[in-house]
Design a protein around this ligand. Structure first.
Ligand code: GLN
Length: 414
């Protein structure tokens, strides 16, 4: 198209050409908050990405792959050695058999796996159950698939300003039962859970499994924080519970476990008919995933424990430092048992900034305190549930956390 030469041909306002499905979603909160943090020189505890690199032996493997002609399209389902590493790891975790040729697909991060699973498996009009707060892409993918989301709320324990509350967010089993209709086709479970830090218990997962079996639902499990466990609560793979092996897709990635969120190497594991559907969408979304980094991911997975142990130790130290600072400032801190996020209730603090809700609180926190966080109401269908809350990411260098804590002290004198 050539540019219009006559200014009269130019519309006064550019016309919004975004599809009906995507128009409600705008720009993601992560992009918005990171941009604001940069504009204001704020300590960025908003978007969940490490401000440090992952282990150097994995970077060396990537450089070697670039230098040894691993630079053309990878096979559509993923580099065979990576599929084998993923399959072996899944079997170690779950004791379930896993055939790298039939049961695995490598995707561009877990985010693509979520999209490919929904686009590959759902038909317009189907319903998908999401727990709120939900990671923002879930709802957008449900919309892109022409489907409807039904919500089940994860609710925090009662606030206790000035304390670190070590009880998890929970859901009402009855609300879950009532969310299931004859149109329900899929339920999405994210454990450990972003943003609440909840690790779903065996009891909760057993109830979910029973309902999946009873109503013939597909379970989509986003387990990208599976190795970031900060308490004794174990991570349980829903796929390993009775009746679930043949109806569960287990999604993960190397981004969080190895601190390479920018590499976008993720995957889905599941029975062959579910994986075939995911592959059928994946082949037309991205076709294949960046080849040299898949080779480096094989090296990463071959020495996972060596990477995870120090990372978890550092995350625990960061969590404890940030949690006690927030509690001492009269937030209610909901102790996370997994992930690298803390949810806190800001109701007793926000009046100091004259903030009316979470969005307002986060804007004023950037402008007046110099710390960026995420307003969680964007993760809720029932917006009211998110308004008293704020999410801080602690996957940052100790000195970044220290500087964030130092700046937060300004709230004392407001
Ligand atoms: N998963 C990260 C978070 O929750 C952000 C991912 C993104 O920026 N889209 O903060």
């Amino acid at each position: 198209m050539t540019a219009p030469t006559n200014p009269a041909d130019m519309p006064a306002q550019p016309i919004n050409l975004t599809s009906r499905a995507l128009r409600p979603f705008g720009t993601t909160i992560f992009t918005t908050m990171t941009r604001l943090a940069q504009q204001h020189g704020a300590v960025n505890l908003s978007q969940g990405f490490p401000d440090y690199d992952g282990p150097s032996f994995i970077k060396d493997a990537a450089k070697k792959a670039l230098d040894t002609e691993h630079n053309q399209y990878a096979p559509m389902p993923g580099v065979p050695a990576l599929r084998k590493a993923i399959a072996d790891r899944f079997t170690r975790d779950t004791s379930l058999p896993c055939d790298p040729d039939a049961h695995v697909v490598v995707t561009s991060g877990c985010t693509e796996a979520i999209a490919a699973a929904m686009l590959g498996l759902l038909n317009p009009g189907d319903e998908v159950i999401l727990f709120e707060p939900f990671y923002d892409s879930y709802r957008a993918c449900v919309a892109m698939a022409g489907c409807t989301a039904r919500f089940v709320s994860l609710r925090p324990p009662a606030p206790s300003p000035g304390s670190i509350v070590d009880r998890p967010f929970t859901f009402d089993p009855q609300q879950l039962r009532e969310a299931i209709t004859p149109r329900t086709r899929m339920i999405l479970i994210n454990t450990p859970h972003n943003p609440t830090g909840k690790v779903f218990s065996r009891e909760e997962l057993t109830l979910i499994a029973e309902l999946c079996v009873k109503h013939d639902l597909i379970a989509l499990c986003d387990e990208v924080y599976e190795r970031l466990l900060l308490s004794d609560e174990p991570h349980i793979n829903l796929a390993s519970l009775p009746g679930m092996q043949h109806r569960t897709l287990t999604l993960s990635s190397i981004g969080k476990t190895f601190s390479f969120t920018g590499w976008k190497i993720g995957w889905a594991v599941g029975p062959s008919n579910l994986i075939a559907a995911v592959r059928s969408a994946h082949q037309f979304l991205t076709f294949a995933v960046v080849t040299p980094l898949q080779h480096a991911a094989v090296v990463a997975l071959s020495d996972e424990d060596r990477c995870v142990r120090p990372l978890v130790a550092e995350l625990k130290a960061n969590r404890d430092k940030l949690a006690s600072a927030l509690a001492s400032l009269a937030f209610t801190v909901y102790q996370p048992r997994g992930t690298y996020f803390i949810m806190a209730d800001h109701s007793t603090v926000s009046p100091k900034l004259g903030a009316k809700d979470d969005q307002d609180f986060c804007l004023k926190l950037i402008e007046r305190v110099g710390v960026a966080a995420i307003p969680p109401s964007v993760f809720y269908n029932s917006l009211e549930l998110g308004k008293p809350l704020v999410r801080f990411a602690f996957c940052k260098k100790p000195e970044t956390i220290d500087e964030g804590v130092r700046r937060l002290q300004a709230l004392r004198s407001m």
